[in-house]
Ligand binder design. Structure first.
Ligand code: AHR
Length: 513
């Protein structure tokens, strides 16, 4: 039985770094029902739309101020040829989505449509170029098409296709998972491919390319070491061409999306907490080659991966999203905040209808998942100064991490450890924001928070909580899970006690004195 009082220290004067807003990044791949009809329904659809883009998702996403969205893949990116997605829609070629069920890909949603979506929701674009089956010329032309202001046949073509102004796309990845679906390359061949392709990607008209190289899956330290070694030491130092290295980490599943035991709840949360070791491990290797930290670490894809919901095609990766996914999201965002000095961007997989989605859509309806609510709850952390939160809470699970899972995800079992209360803290404009997850599926906690370096008076408390650990929103009951109304509480001095219901996420905000 767990001790019902657990303790965390919040050390306000121990600064970690500014929390990059890009930690709330998103990922939208041509996969299953994400692009069609998750984003794009076409101008003639009965579903209300703005030039083909669903109005309901735009209305739902705008308030989250999502900083960046990665597109068009994923695995899809290394089979995608951008020229297929420009020009008159009716004349665009019908291709096959090789990676995701050989589904028809009409190319209706291409560069201009994605940019219109980005503008509608207020997010920055992040393009993944094709390194698996594309060429340096192809990716270089895409950059020029998007960003060049002056006269060239490519910039002229962009204008003829409706965009007089350049798109100013800053973030460009060279391929995706090039150790797997993106060409099955070894680290040295990939680093050589990156270097060659990156050489064709120029800074046009004031938009500097932020080049993103493919990083490791899970704790594949060998990949990180070998690509960093190549970039740094292969004949010449090419590290300056790599602005970020993008690792992927999926914590997987335990049970199904909506059916799991308390033990499986703990198992999945513990696995998700293993991302702590993944970040620390990759950053330590990167630091050996790049002690000045000029190369950023990105977690380009992360999240849960449950069995596909029955009745949906296996290749569509459609899954429901419960309180358990919300706790995974909260734990992960807290871990990212605690590594604000190491991580620059993180993109959850994926935005709509695929894997750990923020939104689910069906016909003309759109619902917010519990994961969406976490992105809402955690907004005050963006651009704030992360300060140290040390949890003294008991370790309650090693996730029972199976040897198989560890092998598949390249996770060392020793990385998997879950505390009863985990969280993060940040300060912006003199306001302290603490977020904390009670990871226990059954036991409420009395959390003692000891503050050093500041005092609080009145605080506002908002929770994501539900009596049922399986609770989720459905099209029939879209508000089964919501954030609580804010409550005000008063803190005397530097110690406060906050009740954390079982399986919940709590945000505490207050002005520091
Ligand atoms: O997010 C789904 C897939 O997972 C992506 O296409 C790929 O990069 C990863 O393996």
């Amino acid at each position: 039985m767990l001790n019902s009082t657990q303790k965390v220290d919040v050390i306000v004067n121990e600064k970690i770094g500014t929390i990059s807003p890009y930690l709330h990044g998103q990922f939208a791949e041509h996969l299953g029902e994400l692009i069609y009809p998750g984003i794009w329904v076409g101008e003639d659809s009965k579903i209300p739309n703005l030039g083909g883009i669903r109005k309901d998702i735009v209305a739902a996403l705008q308030p989250l101020h999502l900083p960046v969205t990665r597109w068009p893949g994923g695995c899809f990116a290394d089979g995608y040829h951008w020229r297929n997605g420009i020009g008159e829609r009716a004349r665009r070629p019908l291709r096959i989505n090789y990676y995701w069920g050989m589904a028809p890909e009409p190319n209706t949603f291409g560069t201009h449509e994605f940019m219109a979506f980005c503008r509608a929701i207020g997010t920055e674009p992040y393009f993944t170029g094709n390194a698996g089956s594309g060429s340096p010329q192809e990716i270089g032309d895409w950059v020029e098409y998007c960003n060049f202001v002056g006269d060239s046949s490519l910039s002229q073509e962009r204008r003829e296709n409706g965009s007089a102004e350049p798109f100013d796309v800053k973030f460009w990845a060279v391929g995706n998972e090039n150790w797997g679906c993106g060409g099955r390359m070894d680290p040295e061949s990939y680093a050589a491919t990156y270097t060659r392709m990156r050489t064709s990607m120029f800074d046009y008209s004031g938009t500097a390319v932020h080049g993103i190289a493919c990083g490791a899956s899970g704790n594949d330290w060998v990949w990180t070491r070998k690509v960093m070694d190549y970039f740094k030491n292969k004949h010449w130092n090419h590290l300056g061409t790599v602005q970020s290295l993008a690792a992927h980490f999926y914590c997987g599943t335990a049970g199904t999306a909506t059916e799991y035991t308390s033990a499986q709840w703990l198992e999945l949360l513990a696995r998700s907490a293993a991302i702590e070791g993944i970040i620390t491990g990759h950053r330590a290797i990167m630091d050996e080659f790049d002690p000045q930290r000029n190369v950023n670490l990105i977690v380009d894809e992360w999240g849960t991966w449950h069995p596909v919901e029955s009745g949906k095609p296996g290749s569509g990766l459609y899954q429901q999203n419960t309180m358990r996914d919300a706790c995974v999201a909260a734990l992960t965002l807290d871990i990212f905040n605690n590594h604000a000095d190491k991580i620059y961007m993180a993109n959850i997989a994926q935005l709509i209808n695929v894997l750990q989605a923020l939104l689910l859509v069906q016909e003309d309806r759109c619902i917010k998942t519990p994961t969406y609510l976490i992105y809402d709850l955690y907004q005050p952390h963006k651009d704030a100064q992360a300060v140290r939160l040390v949890s003294h809470a008991d370790v309650i699970s090693d996730g029972g991490a199976s040897a198989e899972f560890c092998r598949d995800q390249f996770i060392d079992r020793s990385l998997v450890a879950l505390q009863a209360a985990q969280g993060s803290a940040s300060v912006k404009n003199g306001v302290l924001c603490i977020t904390v997850v009670n990871t226990h599926p059954e036991q409420a906690l009395d959390l003692e928070i000891a503050l050093t370096g500041g005092m609080l008076g009145d605080v506002e408390i908002v929770r994501l909580v539900n009596n049922d650990i399986h609770a989720h929103n459905t099209f029939a009951n879209p508000d089964a899970v919501t954030l609580s109304e804010p409550q005000t509480s008063h803190v005397d001095g530097s110690t406060m006690h906050v009740q954390l219901p079982a399986a919940s996420v709590t945000r505490i905000i207050g002005k520091l004195s």
